[in-house]
Design a protein around this ligand. Structure first.
Ligand SMILES: Cc1cc2nc3c(=O)[nH]c(=O)nc-3n(C[C@H](O)[C@H](O)[C@H](O)COP(=O)(O)OP(=O)(O)OC[C@H]3O[C@@H](n4cnc5c(N)ncnc54)[C@H](O)[C@@H]3O)c2cc1C
Length: 371
């Protein structure tokens, strides 16, 4: 049996790990891990690349080495198509990889919502490469004049980036104005209660970040951002932290989708398919009106269960139902704010003491599996 995992981020790595563990009892099982990158990226730490608190090596892990450790094959290629009839994965490099079971764990991509000029003129921290390029752009600025940085989108990543920028410019002893722009009426709009937004807004404002809520970007020109209503903001660097969209691989695949994401059944199989699973950001899982969030915790938990259900299918056993924990309706997260401070949001409540230390502990413990 060949199990092929497309995408080796938080979800894919967990599928492979769990399969390898369960395989001890079923030896005739090959695991192929495919990724267009060579390293797993710990995206939650990307904002800290800007302030130099972490290095790219510390927050990314060698997938080849990881695969070797768990006795899986790692294929560093980009998947461009899948023939579900022939059960064959096709890569850009024109390789064809047969599968008995397939797992989609291809994550999400950044979206610029088609706003003119946004993609061409913005930096991003969604990928490690993007975070390094953003840091390089900051390093090249002319510090003899007042610098203006616009962070677009005040979700989790946006507030973290703003916090790290404050630390970056403090270290440089440079004068910079940081704007945090948000379409919705408050920062962290995906968090259902206001406590965390109020705390984070005050924390960042006290560190001189200017927060512009209820502000929509209409167009990005060479030197200015135009907001709806015609107001303009001149900038030196834009960092785009607003919104994700489905992986473009899904566009040409005729699969059941919900809002563009891959719709999965209660067992994490792509709806209507018995041999194709989907986990992590790319999957749309909903149970009794509660939708799984797109976060590290869900990707990992889904990865483990998908692996178990693959083995159960092979053995003709009853499959296990998935229960989401970190949901859209009730999210939980660490939010780092710069200056070695963070807030932990859990069950609608916020905890500040030791939150940054706990966040860093979780990150280091996770990355240990790649050492
Ligand atoms: C900047 C940033 C900060 C974040 N902060 C947090 C946080 O603090 N807490 C939290 O819980 N979540 C956070 N998230 C979200 C979290 O990173 C994702 O939910 C998580 O990575 C999802 O895991 P995944 O396995 O679905 O996708 P990913 O981890 O993104 O992995 C997808 C993999 O698929 C590969 N891939 C994609 N397409 C192809 C293809 N065609 N062929 C081959 N390989 C392919 C990619 O190269 C990638 O390695 C953050 C995300 C970002 C971008």
């Amino acid at each position: 049996m060949n199990i092929v995992i497309i995408g080796c981020g938080f979800g894919g790595v967990e599928v492979a790990s769990k399969l390898s563990e369960l395989r001890k009892r079923s030896k005739d099982l090959d695991i192929s891990m495919i990724d267009r990158r060579t390293r797993l990226e710990y995206q939650a730490a990307h904002p800290e690349i800007l302030s130099g608190k972490v290095t790219p090596e510390e927050i990314s892990g060698d997938l080849n080495k990881f695969a070797a450790k768990i006795n899986a094959e790692f294929i560093n290629e980009a998947v461009v198509n899948i023939d579900f009839e022939a059960k064959m994965v096709k890569t850009k490099e024109e390789r064809e990889i047969p599968y008995d079971f397939l797992v989609f764990s291809i994550g999400a991509e950044q979206t610029f919502f088609g706003i003119p000029g946004a993609e061409e003129r913005s930096y991003s921290v969604n990928t490690l490469k993007g975070a390094i390029e953003t840091k390089n752009a900051l390093d090249k600025l002319d510090y003899s004049k007042k610098i203006r940085i616009a962070v677009i989108g005040a979700g989790l990543t946006g507030v973290e980036v703003a916090g790290e920028l404050v630390d970056y410019f403090k270290d440089k002893k440079a004068s910079a104005k940081i704007y945090l722009v948000e379409l919705m009426p408050r920062v962290l709009p995906a968090f259902p209660t206001e406590n965390v937004a109020t705390y984070v807004s005050k924390f960042l404002s006290d560190r001189s970040v200017e927060i512009l809520t209820g502000t929509a970007v209409q167009e990005v020109n060479e030197h200015e951002i135009t907001f709806t209503g015609g107001t303009e903001l001149s900038y030196d660097v834009i960092i785009w932290t607003a919104g994700i969209k489905q992986n473009s691989l899904l566009e040409n695949l005729e699969l059941p989708k919900e809002k563009g994401w891959l719709k999965v059944d209660p067992y994490l199989r792509v709806d209507g398919m018995k041999d194709v699973f989907a986990v992590g950001d790319t999957a749309y899982f909903e149970n009794e009106g509660v939708r799984a969030g797109q976060n590290v915790e869900e990707a990992g938990r889904q990865g483990k269960l998908a692996a178990e259900n693959i083995i159960r299918t092979m053995k003709g056993k009853k499959l296990k139902r998935y229960r989401a924990k970190n949901t859209i309706q009730n999210p939980r997260a660490f939010i780092s704010l710069g200056n070695d401070k963070a807030a932990m949001y859990f069950g609608g409540m916020m905890f500040k003491v030791f939150a940054y230390l706990v966040k860093k502990f979780v990150e280091r413990r996770y990355m240990k599996r790649f050492r």
